[in-house]
Design a protein. Structure first.
Length: 406
């Protein structure tokens, strides 16, 4: 027998002895992966975060507005060394920063940019060596231009394909003040609370979309149409398309809620109910809302999130919000502005805040006054200094009359 025939016989015998070949589609692994696909998260850029975390998310929107409005409402104080100044060009500039905005509107925009982007930029417009106007610039249009020393030499602001360059060595002071939140992975751009809470924002938005889809289907999950046609076989393609179209146009949506379903012969409707597992998305939405509030430093009680009893009452939650979130933000901003304008008005000028006019802290202020008033070992001027007031000419004496009457 020829060698080729012997080889062919051997191969044929091995094929008969081997198990039958299993046919498998090349797309099978893709279908299997489809059921366990990876989650899709919001991209970490300003436009996506602003849209998903502020424009379309009520919790993120409310957190940013609460912080920005509260911080912008704090009144400024100005000191030269330890002496308070009631009149100064810096106070006038902060009160009327530009023709289009008042001081509160400017700072509200500044704080809003900071909490959405993690970066906030303020421009000082100068003329003849005098700072005339202040403007809050959008962070998504700004780019940091680094110098050889590693510090920003300039900033480029781009809009509509045109760019403006702000050199930081300009007189009388650097034209751009860049305030950013701490970012452990970037030396020049800050990390936004929205970026830290991005996954919670996605979960919260997805749960809202699920609720919307549920309402569009008459506030219940879709049921199953069962065809019992007997020997007639299944529905034809034309019958299936007609039935699907009729269900979508006549029986779905809030306006068709409760409308009776008319079925032809062989069709039976089997409604499906929500399982306890399906209902967990409501609790999941509240958990996501608390995570968003946690990233911003806003007590969930102030946002009306149910099931949160961390604070004894609303006043305590509001006081915590001011102490832990608003006041540190305003204090940091005051220090940044003071350092920024020091080439113009000197290092002795320091911007501060007037905490006595914050209504949420009135209870703490009243308790402080009571303790100071009852301190019999302090002079009058020491008591005044303890509550933030200046000395009196005859105040270096101990007056226990007020303590006795108290």
């Amino acid at each position: 027998m020829p060698n080729w025939l012997t080889s062919l016989a051997r191969l044929w015998g091995e094929r008969l002895a081997s198990p039958p070949e299993a046919k498998r589609s090349r797309t099978g692994p893709l279908i299997a992966l489809q059921t366990g696909r990876q989650p899709v998260w919001t991209p970490r850029n300003y436009a996506a975060l602003a849209k998903e975390g502020f424009v379309t998310n009520a919790v993120g929107y409310r957190c940013v507005r609460m912080i920005a409005e509260a911080a912008a409402s704090v009144e400024w104080l100005l000191y030269e060394d330890e002496h308070e100044l009631t009149r100064h060009p810096l106070l006038d500039l902060l009160a009327r920063p530009n023709p289009a905005q008042d001081g509160r509107s400017l700072m509200e925009a500044f704080y809003g940019h900071l909490y959405i982007a993690g970066n906030a930029y303020m421009e000082a417009a100068s003329l003849d060596g005098t700072v005339r106007e202040l403007h809050a610039l959008r962070p998504d249009r700004m780019r940091v231009v680094m110098g050889e020393s590693g510090w920003p030499d300039a900033y480029e602001y781009t809009i509509g394909g045109r760019s403006v360059r702000f050199n930081q060595d300009a007189a009388p002071l650097p034209p751009i003040m860049h305030m950013r939140m701490f970012n452990p992975t970037d030396d020049h751009y800050g990390l936004s609370p929205l970026e830290a809470a991005a996954r919670a924002v996605d979960i919260h938005n997805a749960a809202g979309g699920w609720n919307k889809a549920l309402l569009d289907n008459s506030a219940r999950p879709s049921g199953a149409l069962i065809y019992n046609g007997g020997d007639a076989g299944g529905l034809t393609e034309e019958q299936f398309d007609r039935l699907k179209t009729e269900l979508e146009t006549s029986y779905q949506g809030a306006v068709n809620a409760g409308r009776p379903l008319v079925l032809e012969g062989g069709l039976d409707w089997k409604p499906l109910s929500l399982t306890p597992r399906d209902m967990q998305h409501i609790e999941l939405k509240d958990v996501a809302a608390r995570d968003i509030a946690l990233a911003f430093g806003v007590p969930p009680m102030l946002l009306g999130i149910p099931g949160d009893n961390t604070f004894a009452n609303y006043a305590e939650a509001n006081r915590t919000f001011w102490r832990q979130t608003v006041l540190p933000l305003v204090t940091r901003t005051a220090a940044a502005i003071s350092h920024w304008v020091s080439p113009v008005w000197g290092d002795r000028i320091m911007l501060g805040l007037d905490a006595d006019k914050i209504e949420a802290l009135s209870g703490e202020r009243q308790a402080l006054w009571t303790r100071v008033q009852q301190a019999q070992f302090l002079t009058v001027n020491e008591k005044r200094m303890a509550v933030g007031y200046g000395p009196l000419p005859d105040g270096d004496r101990i007056d226990n009359a007020a303590a006795k009457t108290a």
